[in-house]
Design a protein around this ligand. Structure first.
Ligand SMILES: Nc1ncnc2c1ncn2[C@@H]1O[C@H](COP(=O)(O)OP(=O)(O)OP(=O)(O)O)[C@@H](O)[C@H]1O
Ligand SMILES: [Mg+2]
Length: 337
């Protein structure tokens, strides 16, 4: 586990709200999210589909669909600069170089009509003044560093000629080509089979350590979190409901949502069809409760107050934050067991 450190955070997200314009009205997919990522830290973001994990990362990258999605409040501070004040040209310099991103489905992120070498070189040309020959050599070195054998051959191949795992390795090579300080990995292994998934995660961890990189790892998979992360943020319906270090998430989870997510992890001794997902669904943006806890309708611990009082994220133990009325110290209820 990571030691506490006094270095300035690499990334600081403060009260971030990101809204989408739907039929002329703004609905917030990220609704007041604050967290920090320290140098060399791996922060996991978990939560079911539709909780705002990807919108949060697109906000950090300033890659929201123009005219549809926008940051309406809060700040994203990267290396001391508020990204809101950066021009598109300045953001382009940061994207790929200082912060880069890998996505779930590498086939959609790679262009089918260009060779691997061409696409990898593009990243290098965007940020460095190098010759074609040097770029080709760097591509080969990069492909080798992500565990691709025969990189001299692969560099001239097209995405469809590679397996899913190899394509994801290429995506990682592209993401680390400029040695970013922060890598945002949005479900980087979901599309892969379990063995390849483990190899890719090992690779990410190895690169993270070697390059002293920070990582935001977005995943549905708490097993991945246990293996990879220092700290974990649990999101529900656009808000952070729990934030803590990885050990206390597993040994001392507090929010009923986190507990239910943990209970839904596949167990070795349970039949496949018995695997739990949590009953009910994440409310859509248009159906978000205006007050109260957004999880109340699915929460076995919910009381009437949970539908009337909006809980706030508060530290309930050292470094462990929870947003739930059950933990509000002034609130006369017992802790959930
Ligand atoms: N372009 C868009 N226009 C309108 N609503 C959007 C848009 N993109 C995302 N949303 C909404 O924002 C909310 C959060 O979506 P987001 O993609 O961030 O979820 P997620 O946590 O990444 O889910 P998943 O685990 O499935 O990737 C959802 O309700 C989604 O429908
Ligand atoms: Mg997503």
């Amino acid at each position: 586990m990571q030691q506490p450190n006094n270095e300035a955070p690499l990334l600081e997200v403060k009260g971030l709200k990101t809204g989408f314009n739907i039929d002329g009205e703004i609905y917030h997919a990220v609704d007041g999210v604050s967290f920090k990522v320290n140098p060399r830290q791996i922060v996991g973001i978990v939560g079911e589909s539709g909780c705002g994990k990807s919108v949060m990362s697109m906000s950090v990258m300033k890659l929201l669909p123009v005219g549809i999605g926008e940051i309406t409040d809060g700040e994203v501070v990267f290396q001391g600069s508020n990204i809101e004040n950066l021009s598109e040209a300045q953001m382009n310099k940061i994207r790929g170089k200082d912060i880069s991103m890998i996505f779930q489905e590498p086939m959609t992120a790679l262009n089918p009509v260009f060779t691997i070498g061409f696409q990898l070189s593009e990243v290098l040309f965007n940020h460095f003044d190098i010759s074609k020959q040097d770029a080709r050599e760097r591509c080969i070195t990069l492909l080798k560093s992500v565990g691709i054998s025969r990189p001299e051959k692969i560099v001239d191949e097209y995405p469809h000629q590679l397996s899913g795992g190899m394509r994801q390795r290429v995506m990682i090579a592209m993401a680390i080509a400029c040695q970013p300080k922060l890598l945002i990995a949005d479900e980087p292994t979901t599309a892969l089979d379990v063995t390849v998934q483990a190899q890719i995660l090992d690779l990410l961890k190895e690169i993270q350590e070697k390059n002293d990189m920070s990582v935001i790892l977005i995943t549905h998979d708490l097993g991945v979190v246990a293996e990879m992360c220092d700290e974990v943020i649990v999101m529900y319906a656009g808000k952070i409901v729990e934030r803590t270090d990885v050990d206390s998430l597993f040994y001392n989870p507090k929010h009923p949502y986190t507990k239910m997510l943990l209970d839904s992890i596949p167990k070795l001794d349970v039949e496949e069809e018995a695997l739990g997902s949590i009953d009910g669904i994440v409310p859509s943006l248009k159906n978000m409760p205006k007050v109260g806890c957004r999880f109340a309708d699915r929460c076995p611990m919910a009381t009437d107050d949970c539908r009337r009082i909006t809980p706030e994220l508060a530290e309930v133990e050292n470094g462990h934050e929870v947003s739930c009325l059950l933990y509000k110290t002034s609130y006369p209820l017992e802790e959930v067991k």
